[in-house]
Design a protein around this ligand. Structure first.
Ligand SMILES: Cc1cc2nc3c(=O)[nH]c(=O)nc-3n(C[C@H](O)[C@H](O)[C@H](O)COP(=O)(O)O)c2cc1C
Length: 195
């Protein structure tokens, strides 16, 4: 099952750099990726990183031989199918809008449908929200998703390893995501006794 792809969805929350680094790490680890980017996800890639299209994204994320892109409006694409092999899904960054839709099971886009399939098939679903502060609606949606089996992994890097760069902060969060996926790569700080 480890040859099965990870579905990586990028949505319209701030933090495009987390998503770009995550794709780069998965590509370096030769993990097959089914990639879906929402319209506002593209807008954030452009506004935060000047990545305007697939060519721009390829330039910053290494070897794409294992990446397949799907349009978010194609609700019949492979990640929409429960019978297609899958290693799970990450939504990074995850907007509160997409998070709410997944919590309600609306499946009005490929991203929402693929996440819904992960929940019904009891596969790993990791959501990386970025919003502050949270409303009670946001919090209730996160609790609902956690109770349904998703992992809510906020983009909240720690500081105990004394990061000196934005890259280190990003790797803190991306390291947690890949650890949840069970991908064996060493990025971000690791706990070790006596050091
Ligand atoms: C520049 C910009 C920044 C945004 N930042 C966030 C954010 O950090 N968190 C969030 O939940 N929504 C944010 N939004 C709002 C979402 O993009 C909006 O709810 C959108 O409908 C989400 O669509 P999507 O989930 O399909 O990408 C932002 C929107 C824009 C245009």
């Amino acid at each position: 099952m480890n040859d099965a792809p990870v579905t990586l969805a990028m949505t319209g929350a701030s933090g495009a750099r987390y998503a770009v680094r995550l794709l780069q790490v998965l590509n370096d680890a030769k993990v097959p990726v089914s990639l879906i980017i929402s319209d506002v996800g593209w807008r954030l890639l452009n506004e935060e990183m000047e990545i305007r299209d697939e060519a721009g994204l390829r330039k910053q994320t290494g070897d794409w031989s294992q990446v397949k892109m799907f349009a978010d409006n194609d609700r019949g694409a492979t990640p929409a199918s429960g019978s297609a092999p899958s290693r799970g899904m990450v939504v990074c960054p995850c907007s509160m809008g997409t998070l709410a839709s997944i919590a309600q099971g609306t499946t009005r886009s490929l991203i929402e449908r693929a996440a819904d399939v992960c929940l019904k098939e009891r596969r790993k679903l990791i959501l990386v929200p970025r919003e502050t502060p949270y409303s009670s609606i946001h919090l209730e949606n996160m609790l609902r998703l956690t109770n349904a089996g998703a992992v809510v992994l906020p983009a909240s890097p720690g500081f105990y390893h004394r990061p000196e760069s934005i890259d280190e902060l990003i790797d803190f969060v991306v390291g947690r995501v890949v650890a949840q996926l069970g991908v064996d790569v060493r990025i971000g700080p690791r706990w070790s006794a006596g050091e």
